[in-house]
Design a protein around this ligand. Structure first.
Ligand SMILES: [Zn+2]
Length: 257
């Protein structure tokens, strides 16, 4: 069975991260939007169930999913949405159908490239505003201030695709290309007309990346309103990436490997 319901395997850390990201004060998600996951020691992932609210989530709101069979579904162009939905079904428990989020493949794609402790996907209003604008593809090309660069690094932009098998396959393809060219996973992925994905080795890192993406989006929105964005120069960004203290701060704040 690809997915099972086993609340005993869901950590307090994952629940705390999920609730914190679901806090209405952050404006990252409403209703059942968004999902989080944690890699377990055996390589499976605990991923938020479909329909669960992040702000009030409990260990009952997660399912445990096997990575290899879902990775095989990403790799096959013949996979249908129905097959994916069926693979994510962990069955009926305590009167409720438990099924992994339809966006589980985002979490699986990360694990197939590099084992990663935490992945958090949200739909922050400020970031989606930019990702649903004419500036979507280029808004985050260059950092606008240095602390943003430290926490989010060089983000990856993935154009819009329908959540489910279509987004899972496009996301996996773009993530793999990024990892090949940059030598590591991005900390932040921007999904066109959709949201963000934070990738980190710690729960604190996943939260920091998510909140910094929102702050960076707010700065850009205000800068566009003030006449346009004047980003950091390529030269100064390159200089930052060469500094040892930059990598140390990035590791501490963003949970990079
Ligand atoms: Zn989403």
């Amino acid at each position: 069975m690809t997915a099972e319901w086993n609340p005993a395997l869901v950590s307090d850390e994952l629940i705390t991260l999920t609730r914190r990201l679901g806090d209405p004060a952050h404006d990252l998600v409403i209703l059942a939007e968004g999902n989080t996951s944690q890699r377990l020691d055996d390589g499976r992932i605990a991923v938020k169930a479909s329909g669960a609210n992040m702000a009030t989530s409990t260990r009952d709101d997660f399912v445990i999913a096997e990575v290899p069979p879902l990775a095989a579904m990403i790799a096959s162009s013949a996979t249908t949405q129905e097959e994916l939905t069926s693979a994510l079904d962990a069955g009926q428990h305590e009167g409720a159908r438990r099924r992994g989020s339809i966006e589980t493949l985002i979490h699986v794609a990360v694990q197939t490239i590099a084992p990663t402790a935490f992945v958090a996907h949200t739909h922050p209003t400020a970031v989606v505003s930019l990702l649903a604008s004419v500036h979507a593809e280029t808004a985050f090309d260059r950092p606008v201030y240095s602390d943003e660069l430290v926490v989010t690094g060089k983000p990856l932009f993935v154009p819009y695709a329908q959540p489910g098998i279509e987004l899972g396959q496009l996301f996996a393809h773009r993530l793999d290309a990024y990892a090949q060219s940059e030598g590591s996973l991005p900390s932040l992925v921007l999904l066109g007309n959709h949201g963000i994905v934070a990738i980190a080795s710690s729960a604190a890192g996943a939260e920091a990346i998510s909140l910094m993406a929102v702050k960076g989006a707010r700065v850009r929105l205000a800068a566009y309103a003030a006449g346009g964005v004047a980003a950091l120069s390529a030269e100064s960004v390159a200089h930052y990436f060469e500094r040892e203290d930059f990598h140390e701060r990035r590791k501490n704040l963003a949970g990079t490997a």
